[in-house]
Design a protein around this ligand. Structure first.
Ligand SMILES: Cc1ncc(C[n+]2csc(CCOP(=O)(O)OP(=O)(O)O)c2C)c(N)n1
Ligand SMILES: [Mg+2]
Length: 362
């Protein structure tokens, strides 16, 4: 248990990619380092495509990950296959690493619930992403309770934003995680904004990490633009959780370089100079500079990787666009095990109108 308000801040890579301190032994694995970088690039290219699909009316809305790729990739690399992810809506990076297909993510944001019915059995125990703010934190405690009762060597990861830490659900989740010493790791993606509300007016506490201390467990800050630091600290927290040593809260200091979602225009409330400054700290450039300095990356590898990632993204778009529209009644079918009378009537009505429309088009 952490009894002081001394919140540590972990960082390995400076903004220019220079190493600030010696890396742990896992960093001897160059393929791991390259993989972290590639996964961030894939996320960014997918993000660009998803925004373009929204702009051309092919998906409904999308929450870009731009600038926060290191958070998701660090978590994704640190989790074991049999851990469970309870994500929120800005988790494209970690979901893809867990085995969610990019076309499933597009289906979801295209308004098709089949996008949350993950095909890969490896990801079957992960939760679908959660849009209601912070409610997932309590679901994660339920999952972690089950792991503890069953005596399993597993952990649960749940993610949320800085704004979500002001919600009762989040604080209740911290409380129960501490009281029951649950195997859960709370990752807060502190991207400095909750739509148009800046972090500094959202909460009077000096850090969000310190909220864990009130609940009786450790909180820490990590440079959320440094994938190596996110990976390292998440890995340690997960191992403690699996060993029965209780929960951890990791506040990843990042920045939301894009709009809140495609339904937002951040230029209406956010100073350009702040965004320009934040671009200097973004996670991909610094990791690339680090890999180049390690002599394990060059321009030809970069080009080859970009081509591969673009082909992967395009294949996902093609798969998404090849999916037939869901039957109209599916918006009702999965809401109740047994429909209340009013809903049964609406369903009949919906079916009738759909078949009338179809007949008109024939
Ligand atoms: C219970 C609930 N209240 C309000 C909203 C509307 N809403 C959507 S995103 C958001 C801000 C969340 O900000 P933050 O937690 O910092 O996450 P970020 O989007 O910045 O990653 C709000 C208030 C919601 N989705 N759910
Ligand atoms: Mg935020």
């Amino acid at each position: 248990m952490q009894d002081s308000l001394n919140i540590t801040f972990s960082q390995f890579l400076a903004t220019d990619g220079q190493l600030l301190e010696a890396l742990p032994a896992w960093a001897d694995d160059q393929q791991l380092l390259i993989g972290l970088y590639q996964q961030m690039v894939l996320t960014r290219l997918f993000d660009q495509k998803a925004v373009a699909l929204q702009r051309t009316g092919r998906i409904g809305t999308y929450a870009p990950t731009l600038g926060q790729e290191a958070v998701g990739v660090g978590i994704g690399a640190a989790m074991h296959a049999d851990d469970v992810l309870v994500p929120y809506y800005r988790d494209t990076a970690v979901q893809v690493m867990r085995g969610v297909k990019m076309e499933e993510i597009l289906l979801y944001w295209g308004g098709d619930e089949r996008g949350s019915d993950y095909a890969d059995p490896a990801v079957a125990q992960d939760f679908p992403l959660c849009v209601p703010i912070a409610t997932q934190a309590l679901h994660a405690c339920g999952v972690a309770s089950a792991m503890k009762i069953r005596g399993q060597h597993r952990a649960t990861v749940t993610t949320c934003g800085d704004g979500a830490t002001s919600k009762g659900d989040f604080l209740e989740a911290l409380n129960v995680a501490g009281a029951w010493q649950l195997p859960v790791v709370f990752i807060v993606n502190n991207n400095q904004w909750a739509i148009s509300v800046p972090r500094k007016i959202q909460c009077a506490a000096a850090t969000l990490a310190q909220k864990a201390i009130g609940a009786g467990f450790s909180g820490e800050q990590v440079d959320g633009n440094d994938v190596l630091a996110v990976y390292h600290r998440t890995r340690l927290a997960l191992e403690r959780a699996r060993q029965g040593k209780g929960p951890t809260l990791i506040e990843c200091m990042s920045y939301r370089l894009g709009d809140h979602t495609t339904a937002d225009d951040a230029s209406r409330y956010r100073p350009d100079a702040e965004v320009k400054q934040a671009w200097l700290s973004e996670p991909i450039k610094r990791m690339q500079a680090f890999l180049r300095a390690q002599q394990c990356w060059d321009e030809s590898r970069e080009q080859a990787m970009i081509n591969t990632c673009q082909a992967q993204v395009q294949a996902a778009v093609d798969a998404f666009e090849g999916v037939d529209a869901a039957p109209v009644e599916s918006i009702i079918d999965y809401v109740y095990a047994q429909w209340p009378q009013a809903l049964a009537e609406q369903r009949e009505d919906l079916l009738e109108r759909a078949s009338r429309r179809e007949a008109e088009h024939e």
